[in-house]
Design a protein around this ligand. Structure first.
Ligand SMILES: [Zn+2]
Length: 62
């Protein structure tokens, strides 16, 4: 079995930064500076658009 150069690099490198929160709908990682929408326990902008469209809901910047 040949080894693939660089294959393990992404696994062994420490993450750049830890997620500040996770979206409760898609489970996506959210980082500082991202906008967290305070509905359903905290969701990302993409899920907010998908589920609520332009409906105004609370938001906070992490
Ligand atoms: Zn999401």
């Amino acid at each position: 079995m040949e080894s693939i150069p660089g294959y393990d690099d992404w696994k062994t490198s420490p993450p750049e930064s830890k997620p500040a929160a996770y979206c409760t709908i898609c489970g996506g990682e959210m980082y500082e500076g991202d906008t967290l929408y305070t509905v359903d326990g905290g969701i990302c902008e993409t899920c907010r658009d998908d589920h609520y469209g332009d409906f105004v809901i609370g938001r906070e910047v992490l």
